[in-house]
Design a protein around this ligand. Structure first.
Ligand code: GLU
Length: 482
């Protein structure tokens, strides 16, 4: 690419970083970085009623946590003025004025009530998408001056010629066409002097020299309105890529109201997912590399990013896959990194003050292979802090299936009592000795011992479980089941 590559993520601060927003940010970021370009984060806060306190800071914090670092943003500005739209109002007003002078925009003094009445009238005549009736387009200069002097509130509207067509080549969809007569004259500046999204976004993208815009498909129908502003200012529009929907496992569009599914990055962060795993997972939502590998680091993704490989069909938000990827990344960590990461989740739930570091580390490490996310350690480690008082139905069913273990368990219990030095090796030797004595091995040996000592039918390495539970607890567990 020989042009200057500048992309932006332009969130409205209406809430926290959603998986869909994070995906938009990530693809703009990968695109920019792949071409050694610039990644901008601009805050689109002109919809005053929807702004949520604290969401800008939280979104930026979660982006950084994911490894999506803006080159230019509100607290790290480049040479393009403010990166917050409410601080750019004069610019929009100036450009709206130019459109007025060029007669591409006009004053509209219609009241909201009038507009609504007109809309309903059109709807009743089966106009499925009602348009402004252009009443004010016809006002004479004298009337306009008169109304302005009376301080009658007005919007500025863009005039969209019926015969105009708006075409663009979308990186995801290919050729897209819109007709002017289907669009209607739309408001660029509201009576409170605040621009509408479709107007402000173009002024900013134009002035910030944005070369490519990657965003969700819900913005396709906004694109023709944006194109007409570029055209009016004889500016080159960016290349657009409208990403396909993200759907849930029922193939329905992800809805923020769906409480069953965690959809905010901060939730995954709290649950102990790793930023690199989420970054990797999101990069595969609506995009795929040439080969079928699915594990990629941040830097590899920058290197292999290819804007021609966006998917044309919706992508599924598969939490199981995310969890699988997260588990993969956890396993890849060195033991030291893993312990440093998981220990706080354990410490937040249990009192570790009386435990030795060696005991804690061994406990955490026995779950390293299976741990899917940080907070899962709380449930896995529970029996080591709060003894199991009631067997699960699966454990009970397994115990019922076994037979002929009673004498062996009694001998094993005596053996445990006699262990003077509570070490893994001594426990292991006792298990082997007991097996030899009763001529049992494999499952017939390990399963009864596992259930009697730990009250669970599954778990990591048996000797380590027995060691970690401690002599007293293990003997008490056995006694309870005898
Ligand atoms: N503020 C818009 C949004 O959050 C940005 C859309 C765009 O990228 O143009 O959806």
């Amino acid at each position: 690419m020989n042009q200057k590559v500048r992309l932006r993520y332009a969130p409205s601060p209406t809430g926290f970083l959603h998986i869909g927003n994070a995906r938009t940010a990530l693809f703009n970021y990968l695109f920019a970085k792949h071409y050694h370009g610039v990644f901008v984060v601009r805050i689109e806060d002109t919809d005053l009623k929807r702004n949520v306190e604290g969401s800008v800071a939280s979104q930026l914090d979660n982006l950084l946590w994911l490894g999506i670092e803006p080159d230019e943003t509100i607290d790290k500005p480049g040479a393009y003025g403010s990166y917050r739209q409410l601080e750019r109002l004069e610019l929009y007003q100036k450009y709206a004025q130019e459109l007025l002078t060029m007669k591409k925009a006009y004053y509209c003094f219609c009241t909201p009530e009038e507009l609504e009445k007109n809309r309903e009238a059109q709807l009743s005549k089966e106009h499925l998408s009602p348009h402004y009736n252009r009443k004010c387009w016809k006002l004479t200069q004298t009337v306009i001056v008169e109304k302005l002097s009376q301080k009658i509130p007005y919007n500025l509207r863009f005039f969209v010629p019926d015969e105009a067509t708006y075409n663009f080549n979308d990186l995801v969809r290919g050729a897209v066409h819109f007709k002017g007569k289907d669009l209607g004259d739309w408001v660029i500046l509201k009576s409170n002097r605040i621009p509408t999204y479709n107007f402000a976004v173009v002024i900013d993208d134009m002035l910030m020299e944005i070369s490519h815009v990657v965003r969700g498909e819900e913005h396709i129908s906004n694109t023709p309105k944006q194109l007409m502003i570029y055209e009016a200012f004889k500016a080159q529009p960016p290349v657009f890529a409208h990403l396909t929907l993200i759907v849930n496992e029922q193939h329905k569009k992800l809805s923020k109201r769906d409480g069953h599914l965690m959809q905010f990055i901060s939730q995954y962060r709290t649950f102990g997912y790793l930023p690199a795993a989420i970054f990797n997972f999101i990069s595969l939502l609506g995009w795929s590399p040439i080969d079928t590998t699915e594990i990629f680091s941040h830097d590899e993704l920058i290197k292999i990013f290819d804007e021609t490989r966006f998917s044309k069909s919706p992508s599924m938000f598969d939490v199981k896959k995310l969890t699988w990827i997260n588990n993969y990344y956890l396993k890849q960590m060195s033991d030291e990194e893993y312990l440093a990461f998981v220990r706080p989740f354990l410490a937040a739930e249990y009192d570790l003050t009386k435990k030795t570091a060696a005991w804690i580390n061994m406990l955490l490490l026995i779950y390293k292979k299976e741990l899917q996310y940080g907070t899962e350690i709380v449930a896995l480690a529970k029996p080591f802090f709060e003894p199991i008082t009631k067997l699960s139905s699966a454990t009970q069913a397994m115990l019922t299936k076994l037979s002929g273990y009673e004498a062996m368990i009694t001998t094993f219990k005596t053996g445990l009592t006699d262990i003077a030095d509570w070490t893994e090796i001594n426990i292991k030797e006792l298990i082997t000795k007991t097996g030899d004595q009763y001529v049992v091995k494999g499952n017939n040996l390990f399963m009864p011992i596992r259930i009697f000592t730990s009250h669970q039918e599954h778990g990591p390495e048996l000797t380590k479980i027995i060691y970690l539970l401690g002599k007293e607890q293990v003997i008490s567990n056995i006694t309870k089941l005898q």
